[in-house]
Design a binder for this molecule. Structure first.
Ligand SMILES: *Cc1c(COP(=O)(O)O)cnc(C)c1O
Length: 409
């Protein structure tokens, strides 16, 4: 009897009971809008901003309607101009180039390494073309931030971090989102805190935060923010910044605050699940796991692997055979954008130049979510199923090599 898995790859944990109680209190108060406060009241949204700033060690924090809005508002707040080129990862999610295009700017994509991070040699060659790098820590993989920041600082390129998959992660002890001028996070259901939709932006830069606050749609109520700069910083933005109405509301903030208190614990639980799947797949034929450097304290909310030398039909068959046994793998090599896996060359509005190294990696890249509803036994079972399918896959080049006695490279 073949083993199968019955869990759901899209089932997150319920919101914690404290979040339920806090949400109910907001609902009963009727004061859902973040600025609907009584005199001297901070409100759930203000409190979330203050607590998230403290958690990341940032001076300022702004809560907004989505992660994509956090990116788009940050790009405008730093002064990205229509038509200007903004560097970003070729391997990322659609809202990242979407935020650049939304600011009227032109994404310029940078190649991808075997570690799924931005290729720093390719980046170095492109630094002369832009004032800003929108750096996406896609699927939680963090580039060598020490080298990256040194390169960008030398070239005068400012870095904005997309931390949708690195909330709670660190590079060399520094929280992700705290290397560049601003860090942007998502609290959409599939990320590390869940309010359905939502985003957070942190920075130490008072002028940036004042502009972002005005852009987010604060009307002239910016003095109610407790993680924002003083009124002087707003003197220019109140005249210069359009209102994009992308605020967070008190209901979402109320749901998020207890989750923030549980974030470190959840990150530890993700690490255990990631390591359980990784251990179960170690040495499986035809599969290359992504090495994780010691400096990278990552959050294992998903796992990726490469299938070196596999052709498209063989990968499609593997994905289908795993799916038939309840294991949902995503593949980044499909010709058409599917689900959450669109690819840089699908984003035609950005007129992407071909990137052969990224193409080669995405063609071999598989991806799997690890929701916290999975137990460690579930993770071990999932790994056994994938391993079994790898060992019996007719299109697995590692098996062909073994059969013909050809040494693997
Ligand atoms: C989810 C995600 C975003 C943006 O998040 P939304 O809240 O859905 O707008 C940005 N970057 C990456 C890599 C993401 O996965």
């Amino acid at each position: 009897m073949q083993e199968t898995f019955g869990g759901s790859f899209t089932q997150q944990l319920p919101v914690p009971p404290e979040a339920e109680a806090a949400a109910l209190a907001v609902l009963r108060s009727g004061r859902l809008h973040r600025y609907n406060l009584s005199a001297g009241e901070e409100g759930e949204t203000g409190a979330l901003e203050r607590e998230f700033a403290a958690a990341t060690g940032a001076r300022y924090c702004l809560a907004v309607a989505s992660g994509g809005q956090a990116l788009a508002i940050t790009l405008r707040a730093v002064g990205v101009r229509p038509g200007e080129s903004v560097l970003t990862n070729a391997f990322t999610l659609a809202p990242v180039p979407g935020a650049v295009a939304g600011a009227g700017a032109q994404p310029v994509f940078v190649e991808t390494t075997e570690r799924l991070t931005i290729n720093l040699d390719d980046l170095e060659g492109k630094l002369g073309r832009a004032r800003f790098l929108l750096l996406s820590h896609m699927r939680g993989h963090i580039a060598d931030m020490d080298r990256l920041m040194a390169l960008c600082d030398r070239a005068g390129v400012q870095v904005i971090e997309d931390c949708a998959h690195t909330m709670g992660a660190r590079w060399n002890g520094v929280p992700s989102g705290r290397h560049g001028i601003a860090g942007c996070y998502s609290t959409q259901t599939y990320k590390h805190m869940n309010s359905g939709e939502g985003g957070l932006l942190v920075t130490d830069d008072a002028a940036l935060m004042a502009r972002a606050t005005m852009l987010s749609g604060s009307y002239m109520l910016y003095d109610r923010h407790t993680a924002a700069p003083g009124p002087d910083a707003f003197e220019e933005p109140i005249w210069e910044c359009p209102n994009l109405s992308a605020r967070m509301d008190n209901l979402r903030a109320a749901i998020l605050r207890p989750q923030l208190r549980g974030l470190a614990r959840n990150c530890a639980a993700w690490a255990e699940r990631y390591r359980a799947v990784e251990a179960g797949l170690a040495g499986a034929p035809g599969l290359h796991l992504i090495p994780r450097p010691a400096a990278e304290a990552f959050v294992g909310s998903s796992i990726q692997a490469l299938l070196p030398g596999w052709d498209a039909a063989a990968i499609a068959a593997l994905v289908a055979n795993c799916a038939a046994r309840g294991v949902e793998l995503k593949w980044f090599g499909a010709a058409r954008p599917q689900g959450f896996t669109s690819r840089y060359d699908h984003w035609r509005y950005a007129s992407p130049d071909p990137l052969p190294r990224t193409d080669r990696i995405l063609a071999e890249l598989i991806d799997m979510r690890l929701p916290l509803t999975f137990s460690l036994d579930d993770c071990a079972l999932i790994a056994r199923i994938i391993r079994d399918e790898l060992e019996r896959a007719p299109g697995n080049p590692a098996l062909r090599q073994a059969a013909t006695g050809t040494a693997a490279e």
